[in-house]
Design a protein around this ligand. Sequence first.
Ligand SMILES: [Zn+2]
Length: 284
Amino acid sequence: MTFRHPYTNTSTKELEKYLKYIKKHNLKAVKLSTLVKKIENKENIDNYVVFTIDDNYKSFYKNGLPLFKKYHIPFTLFVYTKATEGKWGDFMTWKMVRECAKYGELGVHSYAHPHLPKLSDKEINQDTLKAINLFKKRIGYIPDMYAYPYGEYDERVKKIISKYFKVIANQNPGAIDLTTPIDDLDRIALTGKVNIAEKLKLKRLHIKNLIIKRNKNSITEISGKLINKIPYINIYLTDFGWKYHIKIKNNKFCFHPDFKLKRFRNRIIIRYNYKIFSRMIIKY
Ligand SMILES: [Zn+2]
C-alpha cells in the first residue's frame, strides 16, 4: 500500500497520528524503491506501507521531516524541480532537498508541473529532460521514479514518461499488491482528517480487460471481468457519483453511464467493500 501525502493539506498532528499508528501496529514503512524491489522479487508485501510526498514544500521540510526523523520512518519525495531551481519562496532549496534525501529518497515530479495530457509529445520530452538535467546538476544522479503532476496521464503520456522512468506513481486511489504494475502505482491521499485504519484495509480489486468506451466526451460503457468471485460492484464516476450494486454475471460486469464528462480530469472508482480499483479519464 502506498500513500500520497500533500503536506500542505494535513496538519502535523494528523501526520504524527499516522506515523504512531504505523509503529504501534508494527507495519513496515519503507521507501518506494524498497517496495518496488519486493514486488519484483514477488515477496510478501502485506504489512508494508510507503509514504510519498509530492511537491517539495518548505512546510514539509520544517514540519514533516522532523516527524519522519523522530519515528525513523522513511519517505519518497517527488521534486518539482522548476520551483526549487527558481528559489520560489514556498519551496525547498536544493540544500533542503538533499537533506531530505538522507532520511528518505527522491523522485522526479516534472520540471514545470504541467498538465501533461495537454502537451505535445515534444513538450513532454522537453519538460522531462529539463527535470532530469537539473537532478544531474544539483543532486548528482537521476532517480528512476516519477510522479505525474496533478496525477494526470493517459496512455500517450505514460508511454513517453516510461522511456525515462521505471517506477511511476499516479494519484488514482488504490492499494498495491504483487499484481500492480510498477509504472502505474496507485496512491491514497492523506488530506484533511483521515481514518488511517480504514485506509489500510483497502486491497486491490482485480479486474481483467477493463473497457471504458467513450463517444467523444461521453462515457458510454464501463465493463470488465473480475478475477475473484464477488456478488456486485459499485462504480463511481466524477460528477456522476456512485452507481451501487451493479450485478456480476459470469464474473463480468457492464455499466452504461451515458454520462458526459464535465472536467478535464475525471476518475472512475470501482469498489466492493474494501476492494478498490481506479482509473483516470482525461477529457480532451
Ligand atoms: Zn504536484
